[in-house]
Design a protein around this ligand. Structure first.
Ligand code: HEC
Ligand code: HEC
Length: 231
């Protein structure tokens, strides 16, 4: 059943979101060509697993998100944003600082290979760990304000460079929404995608972030078993 809905791109809104006007390709930080998954796996285990976990399940203590199955274009794009100081370089952003340092150590071939490997990992679905989120209100918010870019199933949309949400922990989703709102992430003038998220979250409260995160856990329950789509 899930695979039937997976193949159609369903927009609930009449008006499609405006196309992204990013000047740089999402793969700008990565080398061209096919990823070497063996090399990517070796790199992942040596460098990334200590924070993101062996299965890419994340680590709450370190505030490292679960990254298993994130699309390769998104991973490469975000590492590029860390490298360009668009993300993770503000002194108050301690988790971002950790990842910023790691990103600076990666060359384009390493980024391509590790992004390919992360994409091949099995998604670890979002579950509710935070108290107080109202999933019904979250569902409404998601339909009104998020679905047009992140799709009905929270899997994201390469054409809009929007992230896959249903593998992220609820605490991480809330933390990133706060960072976007407060101008800690996505505030650089050239960061077209981040700027979109800043505008979306600008007038939202912490409570509504919890609501929407609890709904994303419901989407994960429903759609995490879908096979990942091709880029
Ligand atoms: C020292 C701990 C640490 C290590 C090692 C580390 N990371 Fe991270 N990473 C983090 C933290 C913390 C964040 C969250 C940053 C934030 O809150 O913005 C993060 C975020 C990310 C993101 C952004 C995820 C998203 O959903 O936007 C990607 C991609 C990523 N890391 C990839 C990697 C890769 C690839 C490696 C190995 C080459 C790696 N990380 C190694 C701590 C680490
Ligand atoms: C206009 C399109 C658009 C809308 C609407 C939108 N987003 Fe996003 N979102 C994006 C894009 C693009 C990114 C990637 C940002 C980047 O590159 O840093 C993103 C990133 C995110 C991230 C960070 C994911 C990660 O892995 O770090 C979260 C969380 C998120 N969005 C949640 C939401 C929620 C919740 C809503 C609704 C309240 C929403 N978004 C509405 C386009 C959108």
């Amino acid at each position: 059943m899930a695979s039937m809905v997976a193949v159609t791109s369903v927009w609930s809104q009449e008006d499609d979101p405006a196309p992204v006007t990013e000047s740089e390709a999402p793969f700008a930080s990565a080398a061209e060509g096919e990823a070497d998954l063996e090399a990517g796996k070796a790199r992942y285990q040596q460098v990334c697993a200590q924070c993101h976990g062996e299965r890419g399940e994340g680590n709450f203590q370190l505030k490292a998100p679960s990254i298993a199955n994130l699309p390769d274009w998104y991973v490469a794009g975000q590492i590029g944003k860390f490298q360009k100081d668009w993300r993770g370089s503000r002194p108050e952003d301690v988790p971002g600082n950790l990842m910023h340092a790691i990103a600076m150590s990666l060359d384009p071939v390493a980024i391509r290979d590790v992004a390919g490997y992360i994409r091949s990992m099995t998604l670890v679905p979002t579950v509710v760990t935070l108290k107080g989120g109202n999933p019904e209100r979250g569902a409404e918010l998601f339909r009104e304000r998020c679905m047009e870019c992140h799709r009905y199933n929270g899997r994201g949309e390469p054409a809009f460079r929007s992230a896959q949400l249903i593998g992220l922990q609820d605490w991480y989703i809330v933390s990133q929404l706060k960072k976007f709102r407060d101008g800690i992430r996505g505030a650089h003038e050239n960061d077209a995608e981040g700027t979109k998220m800043h505008r979306i979250s600008e007038r939202m409260t912490d409570g509504s972030f919890h609501d929407v995160a609890s709904h994303i856990a419901e989407l994960a329950e429903k759609y995490a078993v879908e096979r990942p789509r091709r880029r």
